[in-house]
Design a protein around this ligand. Structure first.
Ligand code: ZN
Length: 182
């Protein structure tokens, strides 16, 4: 079932999310719905608070943008997107690389607004899967960016919080304009 996505201004987007302690039927149903909702909205990622459920669960699928495909390892071995995406994960625990770089980001909760965000280019993260398994993912490129963007959502952080002062001003103006259509 496609769920309604909440927009900037909804307090649920600013709430630190609770860790998932037990994968219940409800959590599994939510994960399925989030995959459907992300696909319907043409997104590369979606976090549970974006459908108004403040728990540490998110999904990414970067296959829409294969051109940007970069490093992707699971438990130290090269992995293929098709074997793992859409990737649903809970309670991510990140180690970030030192080198940062700019990349364009948008967010399904802030439609029609895009900006250049400075983030670590490489991540190593422990992710729990919905079946209880824990994996270690290493990634760069769009996947590293998408994982960080979604993990930020789980802590009430939005990509517009991470912009330079000039980009923030521009984004604020874009948001004002875009909001009329939300
Ligand atoms: Zn987002």
């Amino acid at each position: 079932m496609v769920r309604e996505i909440v927009y900037l201004g909804d307090p649920v987007l600013r709430k630190p999310c609770d860790p998932v302690t037990e994968v219940t039927e409800d959590v599994r149903a939510l994960a399925d719905d989030m995959i459907e909702t992300m696909i319907a909205a043409d997104g590369v990622g979606l976090a549970a608070p974006q459908v108004a459920v403040p728990i540490q669960l998110a999904v990414v699928d970067v296959r829409l943008d294969e051109e940007d495909a970069g490093l992707f390892k699971v438990d130290g071995k090269d992995a293929a997107y098709d074997d793992w995406m859409p990737l649903v994960f809970i309670n991510p625990d990140f180690e970030l690389g030192e080198h940062k770089g700019l990349g364009t980001e948008g967010c399904l909760s802030i439609p029609d607004v895009r900006a250049e965000v400075n983030r670590p280019l490489f991540v190593r993260t422990k992710l729990q899967l919905i079946d209880g398994k824990e994996i270690e993912v290493e990634a760069d490129g769009l996947l590293a960016r998408a994982l960080q963007h979604e993990a930020d959502h789980l802590h009430g952080i939005l990509f517009i919080d991470r912009l330079s002062a000039a980009a923030k001003l521009r984004a604020r103006r874009d948001i004002k304009r875009a909001k009329r259509d939300w």
